[in-house]
Design a protein around this ligand. Structure first.
Ligand code: 13P
Ligand code: 13P
Ligand code: MG
Ligand code: MG
Ligand code: MG
Length: 368
């Protein structure tokens, strides 16, 4: 019998501004998932938040893209939205782009990462949740976990990883996908995934046996909505140990607070700060962007845990560095490369300003 982990997330309202999910929303989701567990649709669940995003971490026996599971998540977010409206929370229902569910939650606003596998004798899994950034923020750390021997010692010294991993990459602009093997096609992979706003890693599999290793949410909210409604704060599920990177190798890339798109109004580059769940509350300039890591053991489709993995003083230097980089980046104010480049600004509220200036832009005859 196989186990499925589905992590489905949405921002359906927060205090104050885009800061923090209200506990009443988490309780409402727990109540709804609790009923689904009683009715045996779910085997287990854990509800949490990263900043203003509510994350539903669910285990079940129904496989990926299951209609009932997706509808359950949609119902939880819809009912939590009603609570958010009563409390006049900020951005109540922000990420729900439609009123009624039809078939699959993808394309409706929430982000979704899922994987199905046969449980090993011991199955450690890490669920990463980010706020104030976008799916491409996972490209660098996921690459390092599964393809960089300077991060993951196991790629070199453990025969069960030595043949490498393959990466399924989505082009979110052109709706195309490609699978590239590492180490053989590493340079091709890097040529794509360095463009974090367009090419995003969706899945990683072990080359030896095609076993699923990682799954990342790739939904781009603003591309779906056709207007800026918020950032597509992503989640990822990563398996570890015994044929996969060790848990410590899975969290190691986040000791470097790399620059990601998001932050204020989803329009700025800033450092990704690894934090304990209690600090997954982006305040300064609505940021800087955060990532938290919850470690679980999966036991007969139950979630044992979580361990709050970035609640570790060894990440203090990364947090300090992120705060220093945040200072440095902020001093650029509205200038690139703090502000996102023009092509990315098309998916924000800037086009409204450009529209206003349209009539005043003259053709010029001066030579350049
Ligand atoms: P333990 O001896 O603590 O299980 O550690 C083994 C290991 O491989 C750590 O990466
Ligand atoms: P969220 O996507 O987290 O709601 O952030 C939106 C925003 O504009 C923050 O300034
Ligand atoms: Mg929000
Ligand atoms: Mg958010
Ligand atoms: Mg968002």
């Amino acid at each position: 019998m196989k186990t499925t982990i589905s992590v489905i997330k949405a921002d359906v309202g927060s205090i104050a501004g885009h800061g923090l999910t209200h506990p009443a929303l988490l309780s409402k989701c727990e109540e709804i998932l609790g009923k689904a567990k009683e009715e045996s649709l779910l085997e287990d669940f854990y509800v949490t938040n990263c900043g203003d995003d509510t994350e539903l971490i669910m285990t079940h026996r129904h496989g990926e893209e299951n209609e009932e599971i997706h509808e359950l998540a949609f119902t939880a977010f819809t009912e939590a939205t009603a609570v958010a409206k009563e409390l006049k929370l900020y951005g109540a229902g922000q990420d729900l782009l439609v009123d009624t569910f039809s078939g699959n939650i993808k394309g409706m606003g929430p982000g979704c990462a899922e994987m199905e596998f046969k449980e090993r004798p011991s199955d450690p899994v890490v669920v990463f949740c980010m706020d104030k950034t976008e799916p491409g923020a996972f490209n660098l750390p996921i690459f390092r976990m599964f393809a960089d021997p300077f991060n993951t010692a196991g790629l070199v010294i453990d025969p069960s990883l030595h043949n490498g991993f393959e990466f399924e990459v989505f082009d979110v602009m052109e709706h195309k996908k490609v699978t590239l093997k590492c180490p053989a096609e590493m340079y091709d992979l890097l040529a794509l995934i360095g463009t974090i706003s367009r090419y995003v890693i969706k899945r990683v599999r072990r080359i030896d046996d095609n076993e699923i290793a990682a799954s990342i949410s790739t939904e781009r909210l603003n591309l779906m909505a056709g207007a800026y409604v918020g950032k597509d704060d992503p989640v990822a599920i990563v398996r570890s140990q015994s044929g996969f990177p060790a848990a410590g190798e899975v969290v190691e890339p986040f000791a470097f607070p790399h620059l990601v798109g998001g932050w204020m109004r989803g329009s700025h580059n800033g450092p990704l700060m690894p934090v304990a769940q209690k600090n997954a509350y982006p305040v300064r300039f609505d940021g800087p962007p955060r990532v938290m890591a919850l470690g679980f053991q999966i036991a007969d489709c139950k979630l044992v845990g979580p361990a709050d993995m970035f609640d570790d003083p060894a990440y203090d230097p990364a947090r300090k560095q992120a705060a220093e980089i945040a200072d440095y980046m902020r001093r650029h104010g509205p200038f690139e490369p703090h502000r996102l480049p023009a092509d990315e600004m098309e998916y924000t509220s800037l086009p409204g300003v450009m529209e206003k200036l349209k009539g005043r832009l003259e053709d010029m005859d001066e030579l350049l």
